[in-house]
Design a protein around this ligand. Sequence first.
Ligand SMILES: CC(C)(COP(=O)(O)OP(=O)(O)OC[C@H]1O[C@@H](n2cnc3c(N)ncnc32)[C@H](O)[C@@H]1OP(=O)(O)O)[C@@H](O)C(=O)NCCC(=O)NCCS
Length: 174
Amino acid sequence: MTAPTALKIRHATEADLGAINRIYNYEIEHGAATWDVEPWSAGQRLAWWSEHNDPLQPVIVAEDGAGVVGFAYLTLMSRKHGWRFTREDTIYIDEQARGQGVGTALLGALLEEARAIGVRLVVASITSTNEVSIRLHRRFGFEVMGTLRNAGYKFGEWMDTTYMQVDLGVASGG
Ligand SMILES: CC(C)(COP(=O)(O)OP(=O)(O)OC[C@H]1O[C@@H](n2cnc3c(N)ncnc32)[C@H](O)[C@@H]1OP(=O)(O)O)[C@@H](O)C(=O)NCCC(=O)NCCS
């Protein structure tokens, strides 16, 4: 799949937080990709930004002529020093813009960011029924490492999460 031609991928700024929250809060309400159940307030999103306005945990957005249509970011799995080469990825696309290559473009760019900051391992925790996300991650070399059964509960159902990882290798000089 090719990225939509008008799509631009760039680092997020504070001005994008409203769009990021709108996209994420839609999924909280309508989807099982996140097990959050209450919409995030602007204040919560700002607190998140204070952690992620950091080159080691970068946030990127995809923007078309109409505005931001998706976002993705890396989060440290642990603050313990030995974990410094590992990140978890997160990716959400506006409901209206799904299935058009935006996720593919964003995840590709996010992995480039990961390489650029010397990350070796990228981990994804994906609701096991989310075949689209599992397929997207496979496309970039992620492999399924295992499943946590009944790890979450949303919409009156127990849910499993599938852990995937991609090993980007050791950066030169790393
Ligand atoms: C999962 C998600 C990030 C994928 O992004 P996207 O822009 O919709 O995906 P793309 O258009 O780039 O397509 C990625 C792959 O999934 C396939 N795909 C996309 N939508 C699909 C659908 N509705 N049904 C089946 N396959 C689909 C594409 O064909 C493509 O496969 P290919 O690379 O083999 O051609 C996006 O749909 C989304 O934000 N979903 C809700 C939130 C979510 O699940 N986030 C991930 C949490 S782990």
